[in-house]
Structure formats: structure tokens, C-alpha cells
Design a protein around this ligand. Structure first.
Ligand code: DNO
Length: 366
């Protein structure tokens, strides 16, 4: 398991590279060019800038999250080919600086969705919260306002320029069924995977968060069956999964250890996060500790350990602790605590599988 940490870039993150450097076992940054609109080719100068910053701190840049997919690709519009060409050129450029994994998602219009970014927990910390009945009744425009007004920094997946066209987008998706979305995903993958293969990059789709349709928009990356179907769209190691335990875990029917055992090497990137799911379908993002949520984090780490997981892993969202002012879900403290919990489990499973130490040989003593 190779530990990495999401960083939003100089001036765009409250956490510094010096701070990340002090978290045990973090070897690389999970990064993106957050100011490049979806569909545009990434400029090499900007990629180089990040590389220099990472190099100074001894971090690798093996994992990009995300190169966003333009809505025209998800909608299957004729203009998609132009955006796919840009995507392909971006893959080539990323390969040139050593990137190994590109995480992306195929969610129409919205990326992740929550109704409250600072829900008070009983220990005084705050966390991201999803209230099911509220989302069923809310106007999507209100949700966009809530998300953008409650954060001091632009939220990835909620970029104003894309959401400005919300009405048009909703209109356009009206005629797109789940099966259409599968077809559009297949078209996209068939176009880009040969380039990814040639460049030694694994594409890793992020599951839908939450894993069910919202606002009547289709969502297709929500279960083990869906992930299996995704892998069969293009049967290549370059077509993989970002297995996000928090996204999939919001549906208690999802058995994440079973997914790890089934999909194995087609998971180049693990997002590990806990959520507590309530009977009415609401959920809150808790600490990573197994007992604090309803996702079996210990079982998940055990499954990764059992399959000899050599992919990248990052702690996903954390709570906001000790008064930290940070990007919602992306503070320093709880993610650092999360990493230590994950390492603790990982190392303990490793110890258990080692042979007991021999004490009778006096090896090493003169
Ligand atoms: C949430 C993230 C997602 C993820 C994208 C990948 O915090 O896990 O926004 O980055 O879905 O494209």
C-alpha cells in the first residue's frame, strides 16, 4: 500500500507541503489542475510548476485526481470527439511527467453531493452530512448556493462556470437514460484506453457519491455489479477503479471487502473513509475508526492486505477538528489521524502473518 495525500495546490489549500511531509509514510501528492476547465487540454507549464513544488519536498506525482470529463462526453453529443482528443493529449502529457494513475468520474452534472458541510457532531467537531429527505425536496440551485457559499475555496466538482449552465444541463440530461450513459462511457473508454495503455497509465473511475441517482439524473457507478460491468467495457488493466469506501459505503448493501477481493489489480487507487449511515438513509462522515461508522474499515484494510495490494491509497474526507479552518472534508488533522489508523491496521495484519521470531539461535550476538 503506497500512501498519498490530496493537495489542491499553492494558494488553493490550507494545508502546506511542509505539513504533509510530517505525516508518516506519505510518499506522494494526489493533485490536479483545478483551474483548468473540464474538456480543456492541460498546459505543460502548469504541470511543470506542480512538479517543481513536489520535487522540492520529495513527493511523487503518480496520482492525478481528477482530469474532469466534459459534460458533452457524458451526454454523448457530437462535440464530444473534440473533448476526447483533448483528454487524450492530456493523458500523454501526464505520462511524460511520470503519472501512473488518473482518477476521474462519470457523474452527470454534480460530483459528490452533501446537504451540510459543517454538521456539528456530539464531540464538537463538524463533518460533511447528507440528509436524504432534504435532497429529495431541495432545488438543485439551492444546493449549489449552499456548497459554494459555505466554503472559502472553490469546491472541486462544483466549479461555478460549469454550474452556471445548470438549467441547460438538466434539460439536456432529460433524454439520457442509464443505458445511454453506459453507452457514452463505453465510447469514451474505447477512445482513451488505447492511449492510456501505450502510456502506462491506469484510468481509475470514481464511484458515484452518494451511490444512487439524485435530482432525477442517471448514476451508474453505484455497486459491485456496476463496477464489474465497467471493467468489462474495455477489458484492459488500463481500465480500472478508484475504490472509494465512503462513497460506496453510503449504501450498506455494498460489500467493499468483497469488491477488493473480486477486482484486485484493477484497483490502482483506494480512497478509504468511514461514514455512519442512519436508518432513514442519512449519513455523516465520521473518523476513519471502524467503530465510529458503519463501514468496516478494518475489514477493508484486511482485504487489501490479503490481496497484497500495491496500489496507491489516500485517507479520504475527514472531520474538521480543533477549530481548523479548511476545505470541507480536507483538513490536515483528521486525515493525518486517518492515515495513522490505516497504517496501524496494515502493520498489525503484516505482523500477524509473519513467522514468530526464533529466539534460540543467538543470531547477532558475538
Ligand atoms: C470527493 C472526491 C471526488 C473525486 C472525484 C473524482 O471528495 O473523492 O470529488 O475527486 O469524483 O473525479
Amino acid at each position: 500500500m503506497r500512501m498519498v495525500f490530496r493537495w489542491f495546490g499553492e494558494g488553493n489549500d490550507t494545508v502546506s507541503l511542509d505539513q504533509i511531509k510530517q505525516i508518516p509514510g506519505v510518499e506522494g501528492l494526489v493533485w490536479s489542475l483545478h483551474d483548468v476547465p473540464a474538456g480543456e487540454e492541460w498546459p505543460m507549464e502548469k504541470i511543470e510548476e506542480i512538479r517543481e513544488q513536489a520535487d522540492k519536498h520529495g513527493f511523487h506525482l503518480d496520482v492525478v485526481e481528477s482530469v474532469n470529463v466534459h459534460e458533452d462526453i457524458k451526454l454523448g453529443l457530437p462535440s464530444r470527439d473534440r473533448y476526447i482528443q483533448n483528454y487524450i493529449r492530456t493523458i500523454e502529457k501526464l505520462a511524460a511527467v511520470g503519472v501512473k494513475v488518473i482518477c476521474y468520474n462519470f457523474m452527470p452534472v454534480f460530483d459528490w453531493a452533501r446537504t451540510d458541510l459543517h454538521k456539528m457532531m456530539d464531540d464538537g467537531s463538524t463533518a460533511l452530512f447528507f440528509e436524504k429527505s432534504k435532497i429529495d425536496g431541495i432545488d438543485p440551485f439551492d444546493l449549489v448556493r449552499t456548497i459554494n457559499h459555505n466554503s472559502m475555496l472553490t469546491m472541486p466538482g462544483w466549479e461555478p462556470e460549469r454550474l452556471a449552465h445548470l438549467t441547460t444541463l438538466f434539460e439536456a440530461y432529460r433524454s439520457v437514460s442509464e443505458e445511454d450513459l453506459w453507452e457514452h462511457l463505453s465510447y469514451f473508454l474505447n477512445a482513451i484506453i488505447p492511449t492510456a495503455e501505450r502510456c502506462g497509465i491506469q484510468m481509475a473511475i470514481h464511484p458515484d457519491d452518494p451511490p444512487w441517482p439524485i435530482f432525477g439524473l442517471p448514476r451508474i457507478m453505484t455497486s459491485q455489479d456496476h463496477l464489474r460491468r465497467l471493467l468489462s467495457l474495455v477489458d484492459s488493466p488500463a481500465n480500472g477503479i478508484t475504490l472509494c469506501s465512503g462513497s460506496l459505503g453510503a449504501n450498506p448493501d455494498n460489500d467493499i471487502p468483497a469488491m477488493i477481493r473480486e477486482f484486485g489489480s484493477r484497483i490502482p487507487f483506494a480512497h478509504i473513509r468511514n461514514v455512519r449511515v442512519y436508518d432513514n438513509g442519512d449519513f455523516i462522515e465520521t473518523s476513519h475508526r471502524t467503530q465510529d461508522g458503519t463501514v468496516d474499515i478494518a475489514g477493508i484494510v484486511k482485504a487489501y492486505h490479503d490481496i497484497g495490494f500495491e496500489g496507491y491509497c489516500r485517507p479520504d474526507h475527514g472531520r474538521h477538528l480543533w477549530g481548523e479552518q479548511c476545505r470541507p472534508g480536507y483538513g490536515l488533522y483528521d486525515r493525518a489521524l486517518g492515515i495513522m489508523y490505516l497504517w496501524g491496521l496494515w502493520d498489525a495484519y503484516g505482523k500477524a502473518s509473519q513467522q514468530p521470531e526464533k529466539r534460540d539461535s543467538h543470531a547477532g550476538i558475538a
